[in-house]
Design a protein around this ligand. Structure first.
Ligand code: URA
Ligand code: SF4
Length: 250
């Protein structure tokens, strides 16, 4: 090997840094997170971002083939949500928040429930956590226009408490209909409430993150909720690993 020429690993590292600077800066704070690709990763279309969790994953992005009842649409879900009284959260809401974004999203992002700003505006993830979420999407080549963003419950729980099981259950048909209509290529669950809503079981978030699950054939990745990461900076690194895993599946 010619020592005057950069190695593949050096080129990869430089490309990552360049990509980061062009896209807004998640990696700059965590240069240690940059990993070299497997030798033939680029050719094989294999996970290229070096996440250990991506190794051995061959889940091909597919659009789920869930049946959509005749005549159903995202607009009719939104309309039903806006007048819904199926659980007690309807009494405290200003505006229901059905969710928004691409009707053919690369990624469906699922949060917990609307907060104060969302309740005021009727739009998902527009407050502080939402702005932080935007900064996660950019470095992996996503934005709101290429995703659909929604929540497990569509109405704000009082004082931003966690939604209760009976509220999650009452609201479940709306998210199910959205998933069937959107047929997302990938799903990203933001936090435990979303992960437990869409996956079986009661595992901790630490146990659920870092791997690719499947929801009726749609690859599903779990990571921490942006609000949790705003409270605990130590979660930034695992989130970035999860985002790289997601990017490797795109
Ligand atoms: N947190 C959520 O889980 N969802 C939102 O829409 C806003 C904050
Ligand atoms: Fe209806 Fe869901 Fe709002 Fe409860 S949270 S009132 S089920 S839309």
């Amino acid at each position: 090997m010619d020592p005057s020429k950069p190695s593949a690993a050096e080129i990869w590292k430089a490309l990552n840094i360049l990509d980061d600077f062009l896209s807004g800066g998640f990696i700059r704070e965590h240069p240690e997170l940059i990993a070299a690709p497997a030798p033939d990763a680029a050719d094989a279309g294999a996970p290229a971002m070096g996440s250990p969790a991506a190794a051995g994953q061959d889940a091909a992005p597919v659009r789920a083939a869930a049946a959509v009842p005749a005549g159903d649409s995202l607009a009719s879900v939104a309309e039903a949500v806006s007048g819904c009284t199926a659980c007690a959260l309807c009494t405290g809401r200003k505006t229901a928040v059905p969710g928004e974004g691409s009707a053919e999203p690369l990624v469906l992002l699922v949060g917990e429930g609307p907060g104060e700003e969302e309740d005021k505006s009727g739009r998902p993830f527009v407050g502080r956590a939402g702005q932080y979420l935007d900064s996660w999407l950019k470095p992996i080549g996503l934005d709101r226009a290429s995703c659909f963003v929604t929540n497990v419950v569509k109405c704000r729980p009082p004082q931003n408490r966690e939604p209760r099981p009976e509220e999650i259950q009452a609201c479940a048909p709306y998210l199910d209909r959205q998933i069937a209509l959107l047929k997302p290529t990938l799903i990203l669950c933001l936090g435990r409430i979303a992960a437990h809503r869409l996956l079986e079981g009661n595992a901790s978030l630490g146990a659920l993150r870092g791997k690719v699950h499947s929801l009726s054939g749609v690859p599903l990745v779990v990571t921490y909720h942006p609000s949790a990461v705003l409270r605990d900076q130590a979660l930034k690194r695992p989130v970035w690993e999860d985002l790289k895993l997601l990017k490797s599946l795109l």
